[in-house]
Design a protein around this ligand. Structure first.
Ligand SMILES: N[C@@H](CCC(=O)N[C@@H](CS)C(=O)NCC(=O)O)C(=O)O
Length: 211
């Protein structure tokens, strides 16, 4: 398999965690979002939304949308499950994942921030506000179901969405003191090798710091 990814892309990061948790090997193909490589026709042929991630299977089939890709990985290798097997737990996990996937990340992606700026708005204030209010809603929604992780005692698709979104929250200077449940769970995720391997700084296209 080949993953088209960008080191700081939160949606790509979700898929990298899923691949690592399942121990699935893959080739990494960087798409430089800052150089607008996602806008090129070659990438539009992979994903008409001109976004990463794209997971290309060995037979050339291309999968897009991180949550759909994670669902595919669960069928390919069910253990450990990213989507809980129990129907209610699954619904809770998907609801939390969608708060990030549909309710936060699309409001602060590169294209939207560029439009805010072009319209004369302050993209950093906008980004901070939508991430802050979204994560506060996520925390309130998670509280009744949380165990060691967001839903129960093993990482689910919800945690795979949480960790990259908190990274973005720091970049936008959100107030994390109000998000204690989320940052506690983030720390538990960060202790796991799969989450460490998927971190942006570990990716081949991450800028190398000069000695
Ligand atoms: N819902 C999509 C979101 C994909 C997405 O927004 N990707 C961002 C990076 S995290 C992107 O490629 N942005 C490029 C752009 O905005 O031009 C998914 O989960 O895969």
């Amino acid at each position: 398999m080949k993953l088209y990814s960008y080191w700081r892309s939160s949606a790509s990061w979700r898929v990298r965690i899923g691949l690592a948790l399942k121990g699935l090997p893959y080739a990494y193909e960087a798409v430089d979002l800052l150089a607008s490589q996602q806008k090129a026709d070659a990438h539009a042929a992979r994903n008409p939304m001109r976004q990463v991630p794209v997971l290309e299977l060995d037979d050339g089939t291309r999968l897009t949308q991180s949550l759909a890709i994670l669902g595919y990985l669960d069928h390919l290798r069910p253990d450990p499950p990213l989507y809980p097997v129990d129907a209610l737990e699954r619904a809770h996990a998907v609801a939390l994942a969608e708060i990030v996937n549909a309710g936060i990340q699309p409001l602060q992606n590169l294209t939207v921030l560029g439009r805010i700026e072009a319209l004369g708005g302050d993209k950093l204030v906008w980004g901070r506000d939508v991430i802050q209010s979204g994560l506060e809603a996520l925390q309130a929604a998670a509280a009744p179901h949380a165990g060691t992780f967001l839903v129960g005692d093993a990482p689910t698709v919800a945690d795979l969405c949480l960790v990259p979104q908190l990274y973005n929250a720091r970049r936008f200077a959100c107030d994390l003191d109000r998000l204690g449940l989320l940052t506690t769970i983030e720390a538990r995720c960060a202790a796991l090798p799969a989450f460490q391997a998927a971190h942006p700084d570990q990716q081949p296209d991450a800028p190398r710091s000069t000695p």
